[in-house]
Design a protein around this ligand. Sequence first.
Ligand code: NAD
Ligand code: ADE
Length: 413
Amino acid sequence: MSKITDKSLAEKGRKSYQWARDNMPALVTTINKTAEEFSFKGTKIAVCLHVTKETSVLVMGLKELGADVYLSGANPLSTQDDIAAYLDSEGVNVFAWRGQNDKEYQECIDATLDVEPEIIMDDGSDAHITLHQNQKYEKNNVIGGTEETTTGVVRLEALEKSGKLKYPIIAVNNAYTKHLFDNRYGTGQSTFDGILRSTALLMAGKKVTVCGYGWVGRGIAARAKGLGAIVSVSEIDPIRAIEAVMDGFDVKPINELAKESDIFVTATGQKHVIDKNSIRNLKDGAILANAGHFDLEIDVAFLQDVAKNVKTIRDNLEEYELDNGTKIVLVAKGRIANLVAAEGHPPEVMSMSFSNQLLGAVKIKLDHKKLKGLIDMPKEIDYKVAKHALEGMKINIDTQTQEQKDYGESYVI
Ligand code: NAD
Ligand code: ADE
């Protein structure tokens, strides 16, 4: 029942799946331990995640646990077609290919909801929002869901505030074992993977501006510094701005940085952080990339409007020649650069993120009648995932002695 581009890529996809699985010990442990006491047998799960080698390990895990999985991508340009073909060859229903237009992207999400799933596992909340907004899904079987990323959680918070949230959703992003590692180290490394694959330029000595100093921005700024770049930060939150200053970065408004920097990376979840004014101030040859979930952080529509010429330079790299002759270079069409121009986060971090996704879905299946609204991952699940990850890294840590426990509990002023 799949809709994919090229079934002949299945063997290539299988090898990538195996490589990812070999490097995701925490997720493999989570799957194996869950299988000892739980089954998803007969449960239809709609999964709206970037279709990557790491996602294939999660999806095969859900399948091993008995679920019927219906998979769509979480971005029109992020699907790895070999992985889609491999999962299809394993009997997963996949509706995804790289290079979809917006209509095709939406139709694929709809296809996974049309089967009347019980659980929705999402990244960015396009599937959750579709279910809430489209009359067609007024009557549904959904008992609950999960959400992977900051922007998805922000959208669901708004839905909950309006009183319209129809089922419990676990905010996977809010688990420490998710955002501390995935948002920070995962995006930090893979965004530069995308910028380097597309531009193939030297980072040492370049002036790099990071817009937003949240979990993602911190990771990108740290990696830019590590590559030898001269790093600046733009922020709107005074506390995060101070943090960036004390981490050693130059903090300034974007309009000033626009005139100075060579490379800009947005990581805010906000709209038009690099707006028309900033674009007008950019130096000739400035490079723009986005690591946020949606492609609205850079005003690409304005770039398109004022460009007298657009040229594809290399894969995932376009040059816009503006009406005044300035040339601006855009990575991955302003879409999520680490997943479009590279392969997304490395398996080791996705191992923890997807352990949370899997255990979140198990919790929904077991406890949905007791759960309400948008909820954080229970602390004990977070710690369970951290233990599995440490085991996978073969790192032992200390345990508290009885004497220390007693001291902690008996302390009085
Ligand atoms: P966050 O809330 O921790 O950080 C966002 C930061 O941006 C905040 O500090 C906020 O003050 C700042 N900000 C908001 N508007 C701004 C503006 N106009 N100028 C400058 N700074 C501004 O969120 P996060 O976890 O860092 O996530 C950021 C984005 O990245 C979200 O869209 C999230 O979904 C996405 N994300 C992407 C990946 C990936 O694989 N590329 C992974 C995780 C998260
Ligand atoms: N988000 C960021 N990196 C990812 C990956 N490798 N797979 C799925 N989702 C991701």
